[in-house]
Design a protein around this ligand. Structure first.
Ligand code: NAD
Ligand code: SAH
Length: 417
């Protein structure tokens, strides 16, 4: 029975991966090229990424390139178990299960590191952190890494500034094809998808408070507005706040927005953005969701201490906290990434660009790592341009090219008005 169940899970996972691959033409093309050129032959990779169908397509491309891969999840709740089961059948070692506790999460990262990697892929810096604190015996072999997300890059830059980072890491997050589309359109759509799947809330006419107006926050605010919500933005950066204001959003401190919001989404990469003083003034039925850094943006512990009753699972991925005066606050996905827990993460069509950049960055790193100093490195500009060009080609979109005269004009300072 158990074997039959596992096979059924793997088959469901395979169908999901095939569906994702259909929407990832750029990564498919890179996978085909890797299969012919084998740029990763002989390399061992330890990866810590969300175990989703889209990640499976990336793993397939890297495997086609010749890499041996061990994959752990980059979040305790985001693993798609059917995809994990299918990946094992593709020759990828997976250490991940949905809904694990913190200890198991880190145990899985250790198991992935047991492959003794040459290269590492990370999403949030947990694997690199573990490597530098608890698995230092492996550091000598590791010659490079890639980081997928904003918070991970920030942490790596801190490590590099303190002289702690022992190998070169490329900041995949900072490519234009990642940040402009994944963080913005991907987070915008999948975050609201998660909120709606969890609560079935109508967003039209409701007040959505978006904390943080960076790449992700902008995407969430745009999509919420598109669904007919009134959007309030909170920020700490005056330029971002001004940008939000000129885009027509109301900008307020959280202390004021807290009393008005029906739905709250944090996307700051910071901690304690929504905390006790804010819970104290929220409306009955307010929905709290995080799509940013780990589970610290909403102060979940303070919410638990304030509450007199906790009703877990009033809906899938929705826990109800009852406050002493009877108000009920609804916390989604335990304050962890709502889009990867209550929904399926970003659509494959967006991950196509992020993971195409990731795959090309891995191949570049494999080639260039000997000459790169420890620290955080930018992905070469050509990779950005190549991914965007392939994506446009796949969509049949053509663009203009500079004439020689235009190229000269753009390079010259001699031609006046
Ligand atoms: P960003 O740096 O572009 O934006 C973050 C914004 O939050 C900044 O404008 C900053 O000024 C603001 N901010 C910081 N502290 C604040 C506070 N206390 N109150 C209000 N605003 C505050 O970063 P980003 O690329 O938008 O990423 C944001 C977070 O989302 C990161 O943790 C990143 O790793 C994560 N992320 C999540 C997903 C996802 O799938 N859910 C996708 C990409 C990135
Ligand atoms: N590990 C941290 C930070 C993750 S930030 C945490 O779990 O809290 C979110 C990252 O998830 C983004 O950079 C994005 O590229 C990635 N992501 C979003 N949708 C995804 C999907 N469908 N498959 C794989 N990764 C995805």
């Amino acid at each position: 029975m158990r074997t039959a169940g596992r096979r059924a899970g793997a088959e469901a996972g395979e169908r999901r991966i095939d569906w994702a691959a259909r929407h990832m033409p750029v990564l498919r093309a890179i996978g085909a090229r890797f299969a012919a050129e084998r740029p990763l032959a002989g390399l061992r990779i330890a990866a810590c990424l969300h175990v989703t169908a889209e990640t499976a397509v990336l793993m397939g491309a890297l495997r086609a390139g010749g890499a041996e891969i061990a994959l752990a999840a980059s979040n305790p709740l985001s693993t798609q178990d059917d995809v994990a089961a299918a990946l094992a059948g593709y020759g990828i070692t997976v250490h991940a299960r949905a809904g694990v506790d913190r200890d198991t999460y880190y145990r899985h990262i250790h198991r992935a590191l047991d492959v003794e990697p040459d290269l590492v892929l990370d999403d949030g810096c947990d694997l690199v952190n573990t490597l530098h604190t608890e698995r230092t015996e492996l550091l000598e072999r590791v010659t490079g890494g890639c980081e997928e997300t904003t918070t991970g890059v920030i942490r790596l830059r801190r490590m590099a500034a303190e002289g702690a980072l022992r190998f070169p890491v490329v900041a995949v997050n900072d490519t234009r094809v990642k940040r402009m589309f994944d963080n913005r359109y991907g987070t915008g759509q999948s975050t609201l998808d998660g909120v709606m799947r969890a609560t079935n809330a109508l967003l039209a006419g409701r007040t959505v408070v978006v904390a943080g107006f960076g790449y992700c926050g902008r995407g969430v605010a745009e999509r919420a507005r598109g669904l007919g919500a009134r959007v309030i933005v909170t920020e700490i950066d005056p330029v971002k706040a001004l940008d939000a204001s000129l885009q027509g959003y109301e900008v307020r401190p959280m202390a004021e927005a807290a009393a008005e919001g029906d739905v709250f989404v944090t996307v700051t990469g910071n901690r304690d953005v929504i905390r006790a003083e804010h819970f104290a003034v929220m409306k009955d039925g307010a929905i709290l969701a995080n799509a940013g850094h780990f589970d610290v943006e909403i102060d979940v512990r303070a919410l638990g201490e304030l509450a007199v009753e906790l009703n877990p699972g009033v809906r899938p991925n929705t826990d109800e906290y009852v406050l002493p005066d009877g108000r009920r606050l609804l916390l989604l996905a335990e304050g962890r990434l709502v889009n990867l827990t209550a929904a399926e993460g970003h659509p494959a069509a967006v991950m196509d660009m992020s993971f195409a950049a990731q795959a090309l960055a891995v191949a570049w790193l494999a080639r260039e790592r000997a000459g790169l100093a420890p620290g955080v490195h930018a992905v070469p500009e050509e990779i950005d341009a190549e991914v965007a060009r392939l994506k446009l080609d796949a969509a049949g979109v053509r663009i203009d090219v500079l004439t020689p005269e235009q190229e000269d004009y753009l390079r010259s300072w001699r031609i006046g008005s």
